[in-house]
Write a protein that binds this ligand. Sequence first.
Ligand SMILES: C[S@@+](CC[C@H](N)C(=O)[O-])C[C@H]1O[C@@H](n2cnc3c(N)ncnc32)[C@H](O)[C@@H]1O
Length: 154
Amino acid sequence: MLPLNRPPLDPYPLSPYVDWAGKRNRDPLLEMFKQRLPKNEGHVLEFASGSGMHINYFAPHFQHLNFQPSDMNSEVFENIRQLTQETETKNIQPPIQVDLKEPQTWSVLNGKEFDAIFCINLFQVAPIAIADGMMECTANLLKKQWLVIHLRPV
Ligand SMILES: C[S@@+](CC[C@H](N)C(=O)[O-])C[C@H]1O[C@@H](n2cnc3c(N)ncnc32)[C@H](O)[C@@H]1O
């Protein structure tokens, strides 16, 4: 049964629903990341960063890692940057525009390699075919000891 305080589902990236779901899930996700993310220096990419609430919450816990936010929608970048400034987080790069259904946008990632790539709360607002784009795009980005994590709210 769904919790009574759950706001209505709304696909807008900064909606009350996404905020509510993100805050509810971020600590269990953080615990999982503590187990799964590289223990040594490395690079981590997030797809569909939206408001940036997750990457800004996780990054301070992994000072040895460098985090790269991205989204197809550049309108969300200001919010991501603002959160990074507010939290004075030093290991988050400026956001980049990557649309998982538009391969021509992936060139911004050319020459980069990541130890882990994660994506939270995307498939419930995007066509499932986007999974093909995600796999294709990540194929050349991940180092050998790779990890792809997609998470969605329940
Ligand atoms: C529901 S929000 C989730 C945002 C964030 N991950 C979170 O959990 O708070 C979905 C995000 O996916 C992005 N998005 C939708 N389709 C996308 C695509 N084809 N490629 C990249 N990002 C996409 C939207 O712009 C939006 O920011």
